[in-house]
Write a protein that binds this ligand. Sequence first.
Ligand SMILES: Nc1ncnc2c1ncn2[C@@H]1O[C@H](COP(=O)(O)OP(=O)(O)OP(=O)(O)O)[C@@H](O)[C@H]1O
Ligand SMILES: O=C(O)c1ccc[n+]([C@@H]2O[C@H](COP(=O)([O-])O)[C@@H](O)[C@H]2O)c1
Length: 202
Amino acid sequence: MNARYLKMPHVESGMTVGLFGGSFNPPHEGHALVAETALRRLGLDQLWWMVTPGNPLKDRNNLAPLGERIARSEKIARNPRIKVTAFEQALGQSYTARTLEVIQARNRDVRFVWVMGADNLKNFHRWQDWRRIVATFPIAVIDRPGSTLAYLSSPMARAFSQARVDEDRAGSLALRRAPAWTFIHGPRSGLSSTALRSANSG
Ligand SMILES: Nc1ncnc2c1ncn2[C@@H]1O[C@H](COP(=O)(O)OP(=O)(O)OP(=O)(O)O)[C@@H](O)[C@H]1O
Ligand SMILES: O=C(O)c1ccc[n+]([C@@H]2O[C@H](COP(=O)([O-])O)[C@@H](O)[C@H]2O)c1
């Protein structure tokens, strides 16, 4: 793996940047759709496609090597505004709360938004220090088949209902102070890495 993937991507002061973390095991067009939707609807300058060393809540037995997940991500993330990175590996940890703290400390003049699919909104309250994550950066949740109603029922959505921003105002999300989150509807993709893994092993 090229060592540049272990460094945080370069970003200019004043930019707005989406942080799209994932296992990408393997990456698929559903991920590209999330990235494109976030870039467009949030009006972002950049989006960091952050390939995790390992989701703390997932079994790592089936996880492809980091270098392979990066190489495949590069093929799918075609927009030049998307920067594929794995700098969490160099931080030696994979908890999002900690990663966001480091990103914030190193980039004081940049506005970040955490970007995730709606399936993750359902389980967000199981993430380490999840309330701290909500307090650090605004969050954009992108709709996903099977998880559309998560914006009503999930513990995070309920606990932070006052901080929800209408999706018509998604373009202002990056400039808002956390806590702030929005749920973005739009074209959806039914693709999943699990389905691709089973199709490839069958
Ligand atoms: N089809 C999709 N629509 C919307 N969001 C998605 C979709 N696929 C993945 N995501 C989101 O992309 C991020 C990375 O997802 P991940 O790499 O875990 O893919 P996955 O298809 O959910 O994998 P798996 O099936 O192994 O759980 C997560 O925030 C996830 O919610
Ligand atoms: O910090 C946590 O406790 C935590 C728990 C679950 C997932 N995450 C992160 O959420 C992102 C999406 O993970 P995944 O496996 O759904 O693609 C990825 O960056 C993970 O490291 C983080």
